[in-house]
Design a protein around this ligand. Structure first.
Ligand code: GLN
Length: 487
């Protein structure tokens, strides 16, 4: 075949598979070949599962031959390396878990496997999903396929870079403060963070449990809906997963957004925002206005500026509790050349965790300590409630809110590594959404000097359909999402 299989979307590949113009084995082989060609430049994969992928592809072809296929059958997917995959390394890009092979699959992985997906590997990330550039990976840094000297964003940087480079048709990421949307924006792909509770977290290595959520990184909105169809829904093994029924998310993709009310919160056009980013987002919103949406250009969400501070108390607090399990006894890295158990634990954590993870554990332990709990953690929880209420209030008037995904285009590798506060700022626009548990999608909305700009659309709780609809309408009318890096 002469067509480039590696640039197929899920829905395009599905058609070809169904009509038998293409087999899953052919598609998988082409994908693996591209991965092996590009990985020396991109470094998106922590593990490439060639053998498993080919076995799954063969099985998928049998499925399809028997007439049993569904939209994900036989299509290669990349899974972020913080989701448990039975029998496959799950490192969280940490030395602590460098040899960890889970005995079970995360629910999302089980659901993909149940639909005949083909797992091609695990993707690089910031260690334990803490970061915005993938530079905190203990293994290596992923490079942005649009310009290899730049970061792909993070923490799901491996997933986003691979989809952008055509090394994966789609990928899964996780988002605690922006880790799906920010890298999606930086790599010019489509990334959705579902409502908190919409997708099961069972088998996702916990970072901050009240914020973490798994979602798709895809080449367009249709694919995003198809993946959400597969992974969303109640799971008895995750008590925070929502019992709400899941609609068919492809049903809302009609491109008719006439009369939808969209608010543009001014606080998200933060001080220091790159002018090209602000201009591109305003132009994109104008496009939506031309398509029939009614836009309110001057909405105010006054508590927005506090979200970052709230996040950097709550997320580290939860992380400090979640990461207490890495003691060198239960699983993972263990430093045993010591005199006693206490020293073994100490050394295990000293050598097993990287600098950012240790910083978060210290911040969280401090915020939760008896003398400071009220002043920091409790206060942060109260402000969290105010932020959530402010969104609730805004959603009595608007169907969706639109903001930039990040205040800048992708920065240079190394540029922000010595300045954690600067790094944290790269998520100012995405973090409030996690604080309030809302769904939001980032879609390609332009370029500045060849570097991608992402637009974020935020919806009401469980209104994924509304934001998918708006994003779909935008993609029907523009071609930003069709542009691919020349790599
Ligand atoms: N960049 C944010 C952080 O470092 C968000 C990370 C995430 O969403 N996992 O915590």
């Amino acid at each position: 075949m002469t067509t480039n299989h590696n640039r197929l979307t899920i829905h395009e590949a599905h058609k070809l598979l169904k009509s038998k113009e293409l087999s899953s084995v052919e598609l998988t082989k082409a994908t693996l070949e591209r991965i092996h060609n590009l990985e020396p430049k991109v470094h998106a994969f922590t593990t490439i599962t060639d053998e498993l992928a080919l076995r799954q592809a063969q099985k998928a072809d049998e499925f399809i031959a028997a007439g049993n296929s569904n939209p994900l059958t036989g299509i290669p997917v990349l899974v972020k390396d913080n989701m448990c995959t039975k029998g496959i390394l799950t490192t969280c890009s940490s030395k602590m878990l460098e040899n960890f092979v889970p005995p079970y699959d995360a629910t999302v992985v089980e659901r993909l496997n149940g639909r005949g997906a083909v797992i091609i590997g695990k993707s690089n990330m910031d260690e334990f999903a803490m970061g915005s550039s993938t530079e905190n990976s203990a293994l290596f840094t992923t490079h942005n396929p649009w310009e290899l000297s730049r970061v792909p964003g993070g923490s799901s940087g491996g997933s986003a870079a691979a989809v952008a480079a055509g090394e994966a048709i789609y990928a899964l990421g996780s988002d605690t403060g922006g880790s799906i949307r920010q890298p999606a924006g930086f790599c010019s792909v489509t990334g959705l963070k579902p409502t908190y509770g919409r997708v099961s977290r069972y088998g996702l290595v916990a970072f901050a449990s009240s914020l973490d959520q798994i979602g798709p990184l895809t080449q367009d909105v249709t694919d995003c809906a198809l993946v959400l169809n597969a992974i969303a829904g109640y799971d008895t093994r995750d008590s925070t997963s929502a019992p709400q029924p899941t609609p068919d998310y492809t049903q809302c993709l009609t491109a008719d957004i006439k009369g939808l009310k969209i608010g543009v919160p001014k606080e998200y056009f933060v001080e220091g925002i790159q002018p090209e980013v602000a201009a591109a987002i305003r132009a994109a919103i104008t496009r939506l206005e031309e398509l029939g949406a009614s836009i309110e250009w001057e909405v105010s969400l006054a508590h927005t500026p506090y979200a970052l501070a709230v996040y950097y108390i709550i997320a580290p607090s939860e992380a400090s509790a979640n990461l207490a399990r890495y003691d060198g006894v239960k699983y993972g890295f263990s430093y045993s050349d010591t005199k006693n158990m206490w020293q073994a634990m100490e050394k295990t954590r000293e050598h097993g965790f990287g600098a950012e993870v240790k910083r978060r554990i210290m911040l969280g332990t401090y915020a939760l300590s008896a003398g400071y709990y009220d002043a920091w953690y409790l206060k942060a929880q109260k402000v969290r409630t105010l932020i959530r209420r402010e969104f609730d209030q805004a959603f009595t008037k608007y169907d969706a809110l639109i903001t930039p995904t990040s205040p800048t285009v992708p920065f240079k590798i190394g540029e922000k590594m010595d300045d954690p506060l600067q790094m944290y700022l790269s998520d100012v626009c995405t973090i409030p959404v996690n604080i309030a548990g809302l769904p939001a999608i980032s879609i390609p909305a332009g370029f500045a000097d060849g570097l991608p700009i992402g637009m974020q659309i935020i919806g009401k709780p469980f209104a994924e359909e509304t934001i998918l609809k708006i994003a779909y309408a935008f993609q029907q009318a523009t071609d930003w999402h069709m542009r691919k890096p020349n790599i």
